[in-house]
Design a protein around this ligand. Structure first.
Ligand code: HEM
Length: 361
């Protein structure tokens, strides 16, 4: 069973290669005071440290309820589990006296032009991103954490996701049939992690802004669109993933050679998202998306879509700039963003004596 290191300057689960199963679970803190909040983060740290390492659960004796659900058997395998803890702006309200400690750009996710936000799928004090090689490992971890934090936090919403294997090769596909996640930055320091002196509180160094968006895909409608039209909407070939002016998925589009958008339309998703000009270079984001499948909608359509998740140093300069460029793109006829939130992914837990939010609290 593969094990990802829990301790470090940054949390795992951001730059970690994407595991195939995930859950994004938002919680509201119900602890009544700062001491209760400290206990909550200490407990979260202990559980995450154990679950991501794996091992034998405590034996509480035959008279007690067992310490572990045994969903994964008597010994807990690590199974590539990462647990990534992020906080929402509502944690910095009056309750815990943290207003002056808030990350500079953290606020509730605004409503973007093509959004229809549903309150029950939005925001939250905490966001846990759990990723592992198998869905039962994700569920086991979530259940263990919920049990140990009862009374201190309350579940708000949860979305399970899956990351497909390469079909047939290269980057996995989303549920619109296109390879998704191809053009992702290869380095994190200038894109993802908050650096010292970046206008952020000192405690935030090594953390990252996380954006989560739940985006429904109208797949019945999409499946009736011609392949040419589909490819022009994304700016890439469906089968290979190559940009429309290239041959392989790894080829970089050459927009300078195509100023009128004859090969790659000016309104295509990739060209709007990342025009690859000097003045848009600073808006690159690290995407970490997962497919989701909720079965059927009330009208009998498939209830499926994308958990769009991305990480960045500055949510305004990066995600919001990209999202603003995408407003009204042709793809908006086939997708419906309805939930998610802005969060701040805490810096890493450095060693066995450290805990999540130690530097914050
Ligand atoms: C690229 C799909 C939403 C930002 C892509 C690609 C696909 C895709 C197929 C091309 C392959 C790749 O480079 O990964 C989708 C779908 C979405 C969605 C189906 C909604 C359901 C978003 C959102 C954002 C975004 C909400 C950010 C606001 C990007 C970026 C790229 C990209 C930055 C890379 C562009 C480049 O560097 O060439 N997306 N996307 N996408 N998407 Fe999306």
């Amino acid at each position: 069973a593969q094990r990802y290191e829990f301790h470090g300057a940054h949390q795992a689960g951001v730059f970690t290669p994407q595991q195939s199963a995930a859950a994004f679970a938002a919680f509201d803190v119900t602890a009544g005071d700062r001491a209760g909040l400290v206990r909550l983060f200490r407990t979260l740290t202990e559980r995450a440290r154990f679950l991501t390492a794996g091992g034998t659960p405590d034996d509480l004796g035959v008279g007690s309820p067992p310490s572990d659900s045994a969903v994964l058997g008597p010994d807990v395998p690590a199974d590539g589990l990462t647990i990534t803890v992020s906080v929402g702006s509502s944690l910095f309200d009056d309750r815990f006296g943290l207003a002056s400690r808030k990350p500079a750009k953290l606020r509730p996710m605004p409503t973007f032009p093509d959004d229809t936000l549903e309150p029950r799928w939005c925001h939250g004090d905490l966001m846990l991103q759990l990723c592992a090689h198998n869905p039962d490992t994700v569920q086991h971890a979530l259940r263990d954490i919920a049990k140990h934090t009862r009374g201190a936090m309350q579940a708000r919403y949860r979305m399970n996701g899956f990351h497909s294997p390469p079909r047939p090769s290269g980057t996995p596909r989303n549920l619109m049939g296109f390879k998704d996640g191809i053009a992702n930055p290869a380095e994190a320091d200038n894109v993802v992690w908050v650096a010292p002196g970046a206008g952020e509180p000192d405690w935030a160094t090594g953390g990252s802004y996380q954006v989560v968006r739940f985006i429904r895909m109208l797949v019945e409608f999409w499946d009736r669109v011609s392949i040419t039209e589909q490819e022009n909407m994304f700016g890439r070939k469906r089968d290979s993933g190559a940009p429309l002016d290239g041959a392989n998925e790894g080829d970089a589009p050459d927009y300078a050679a195509d100023p009128e958008g004859k090969a790659i339309p000016l309104t295509s998703h990739i060209r709007l998202a990342n025009p690859r000009t000097p003045d848009t270079a600073a808006s690159r984001i690290l995407r970490r998306g997962y497919n989701y499948d909720l079965g059927l909608a009330a009208n009998g359509n498939l209830d499926v879509g994308l958990i769009f998740a991305c990480y960045q140093q500055d949510v305004d300069r990066q995600f919001a700039a990209v999202q603003t460029r995408l407003a009204g793109e042709p793809l908006t006829d086939y997708i419906q963003p309805y939930g998610g939130g802005y969060f701040f992914t805490l810096p890493g837990v450095r060693d066995a004596g450290d805990w999540f939010a130690d530097s914050l609290l």
